[in-house]
Write a protein that binds this ligand. Structure first.
Ligand code: HDE
Length: 704
């Protein structure tokens, strides 16, 4: 190695000062607390503010001598580094957050006294965090899993956290079973794998013994568990909550988030490949969308009902394994959430944000859903462990944005101890501090309660299969096929035959054909005898279109991405027309080329590439196009990544636009022309191609 490494320490003026200056500007990242004597913040100091002279070498006794303990700068730097990690979340460890606002679009003061819903047009800041559940913090984004959908509303009456998921039901009915569920799905304790996946014996062993999980299993095996983007998934509060108006009148409420961009998921084969090609697929997607000003947006909807509806509904509204179909009880849209700002610092905000179901504001209240009641206990506990003490509300991301006054004090990292003498109440001091206010303060809904103290599950929770069947029957044929395939895939990874059989024995209660398909797929000789159901399933529940992704897709290519594979010498007009058409539809084009330096068009323009072909498989795109000269196509045919780019796009039912000369690549990749493969011969073809792409997939290719 003849390159010389720097020997003398770089001085402040030879180093970039961007980061330090940047940190000073942003509140909430810790930067603002560091008062530096130098005006522009370019001087490196210790955390105690002592200017640093050398950031390259430890203090030594002689050039080749031992390091000296008195090097306080080194000691502090390493000490702080050693303590950078905090425990990751026991569930939902891998997540991604963004800031934005919530705006009430249809005020409902008649239903709730919650200030944020009191007036149309009222806005409050929000922080949303999306997550997978089972995987560890460093796991990949496209795990088959439920996604967390947690929103913190910083309202004038304090923080309200709607800590939901992208599926409206859950695996279990009682919080008592949560640790078992999570232990079963996470890596096995003896071997430490598999992580971020449910395709293993422990999970299916547990599930096969838990009939109440069957409805959620249908959701988890469906494409809802492999969303294309956080931006294209729904969110649900899951539990039944309660609204209470200013007169104290209560109604039941279920919360729904509806993505403006429509629902979209990937195929399982894509998910597997995306995890290798871009494990950060979802977080990158959100980051890119916000940075480019294409702000993710959801509508907030509510299903409102009273005791009479609850009594007439065939299932218990306190049972979190059940939903209320939108066709039975419409979702009323009352607001919208727009995410418009990425975090300044991932750790300070996304990692340290502490959601809690008990963060609730006057006008909203709990019900007796036993899962919700258990959650109410759990979240404070977990935050104390994770964030190191009881003062995590002092961290800017968790602090309310409204005034708060109380007598809590001390503890680890206390930043806001009460001023003055009074730290108790009542007191007789002139400046005695805050007092409770019965008028505006939070009152629990005065529900009458009676009953025996027992460890018990209500009889009304006994139906386990009816809504699982309803969900399955609400899907398109394509989606039903995916559920069957997913079950076969997952159970094929289960090594214990008895577990496979025990699970399949639940399926006839859901759908006989599904049971047969899965049994066949697993090579079972026959469908096992069904388990005895605690209650006979209702088989004639009306299908609900709202439960299908494909029936609720987008109406255009907005927010989607075209992967455009190009070679040297291509027609400038077709290229420009295609890019213009995608951008006019609100989509993005990513240029993929044999080399990252890009290509030179026929007209002599240099088009830089966003991706080299090896790093940009077509699974990263919603549709693809190949513009190549005859010579360029010939070269592409020799490149395996180019052949699989096309072959995969075809196998995944994507729309493919192709210049005449590029047909050679399709041929070599074994791709036959069909209605989803469209020629881009002239500039006019581009618009028609992009119009077709709005359907996102050419499903006819897969449904033979
Ligand atoms: Fe959670 N859950 N959960 N959960 N949950 C946590 O809190 C828990 C449940 C949900 O982005 C933990 O801060 C219990 C249902 C989300 O930071 C923990 C039960 C739903 C997030 C916890 C449930 C959720 C969590 C772990 C069964 C959908 C991530 C880290 C009674 C309605 C929030 C943390 C974020 C996180 C407990 C079931 C949603 C341990 C005991 C049902 C979105 O407190």
């Amino acid at each position: 190695m003849d390159q010389k490494l720097p020997f003398n320490p770089p001085t402040a003026d030879t180093q970039s000062s961007g980061d330090t200056a940047e940190r000073k500007r942003h509140p909430g990242t810790g930067g603002e607390t560091h008062q530096r004597p130098d005006a522009d913040g370019t001087r490196l100091t210790t955390a105690q503010g002592i200017p640093v002279a050398d950031n390259q070498n430890t203090l030594k006794a002689g050039a080749r001598g031992p390091a000296l303990l008195e090097d306080f700068h080194f000691r502090e730097k390493i000490f702080h580094f050693d303590h950078e990690r905090i425990p990751e979340r026991v569930v939902h460890a891998r997540g991604y957050g963004a800031h934005g606002y919530f705006e009430t679009t249809d005020a409902i003061p008649d239903l709730t006294a919650a200030h944020l819903f009191g007036e149309t047009g009222r806005r409050v800041p929000v922080f949303a965090r999306f997550s997978t559940v089972a995987g560890n913090k460093g796991s990949f984004d496209l795990a088959r899993d439920v996604r967390g959908f947690a929103v913190k509303f910083y309202t004038e009456q304090g923080n309200w956290d709607l800590v939901g998921n992208n599926m409206p039901v859950f695996f279990i009915q009682d919080a008592m079973k949560f640790p078992d569920l999570v232990h079963a799905v996470k890596e096995a304790p003896d071997r430490g794998f598999p992580q971020a996946q449910s395709a293993h014996d422990n999970f299916w062993d547990f599930i096969s013994l838990m009939p109440e999980a069957m409805h959620m299993i249908m959701w988890i095996m469906s494409d809802r568990a492999i969303p294309r983007s956080f931006r294209f998934m729904e969110g649900f509060g899951v539990h039944t909550f309660r609204f209470v108006n200013a007169e104290g009148v209560g109604t039941f409420v279920k919360f729904h988030w509806k993505p403006k961009g429509g629902l979209q998921s990937v195929l399982w084969d894509e998910a597997v490949k995306i995890n290798g090609a871009d494990p950060d697929f979802h977080r990158r997607d959100m980051w890119d969308a916000i940075q480019k000003g294409d702000f993710p947006e959801w509508e907030l909807g509510v299903q409102i009902f009273d005791d009479a509806f609850a009594d007439s509904f065939p299932f218990d509204v306190l049972d979190a394994t059940k939903l209320i179909p939108e066709e039975d009880l419409p979702v009323r849209i009352i607001g919208r959430m727009v995410l418009e700002r990425v975090v300044d610092n991932f750790f300070a905000e996304t990692e340290q944000v502490a959601f809690c179901t008990q963060n609730i504001v006057p006008g909203i209240d709990f019900t007796n859903d036993p899962l919700l009641q258990g959650r109410n206990f759990s979240y404070l506990d977990t935050q104390t462990k994770r964030l190191g003490g009881p003062n995590f509300t002092h961290i800017p991301i968790n602090a309310p944005r409204c005034p708060m006054h109380h007598f809590q004090q001390d503890g680890h990292m206390a930043m806001h101890n009460p001023k003055g003498r009074a730290n108790y109440e009542p007191n007789g001091w002139a400046k005695g501090g805050p007092r409770a206010d019965p008028k505006v303060g939070f009152h629990s809904f005065p529900e009458e309660i009676s009953g025996e103290k027992r460890k018990i599950r209500s009889e009304t929770f006994a139906d386990h299969y009816s809504q699982a069947g309803q969900f399955y029957h609400s899907q398109t044929k394509v989606e039903q096929g995916h559920i069957a395939d997913a079950l076969v895939f997952e159970l094929s990874k289960v090594e214990t035959l008895a577990v496979r059989e025990r699970l399949v024995a639940h399926l006839p209660h859901i759908d006989k054909d599904l049971a047969k398909k899965v049994a066949d797929g697993l090579g079972l000789e026959h469908v096992p005898d069904p388990h005895q159901a605690a209650r006979d399933p209702i088989t004639d529940l009306a299908p609900s279109d709202a439960l299908s992704i494909l029936k609720n897709g987008p109406d255009g290519f907005a927010g989607r991405k075209l992967g455009l594979l190009v070679t040297d010498g291509i027609d400038d007009k077709v290229l420009t027309a295609l890019i213009d058409a995608v951008e006019a539809a609100g989509g993005t084009v990513e240029i993929v080329a044999p080399r990252v330096g890009g290509v030179v068009t026929e007209g002599g323009s240099r088009i830089p590439a966003d991706q080299k072909i090896d790093g940009a498989p077509s699974v990263l795109y919603d549709a693809v196009a190949i513009l190549a000269t005859a010579d360029g196509a010939e070269k592409l045919t020799d490149m395996h990544p180019a052949r699989s780019f096309v072959a995969d796009a075809h196998a995944h039912a994507k729309f493919i636009g192709v210049s005449k000369e590029a047909q050679a690549l399709l041929k070599r990749a074994g791709v036959d022309a069909d209605g989803g493969v469209m020629t881009l011969g002239a500039a006019e073809d581009a618009k028609a191609f992009v119009r077709s792409c709005a359907a996102l997939r050419f499903w006819d290719r897969l449904v033979k």
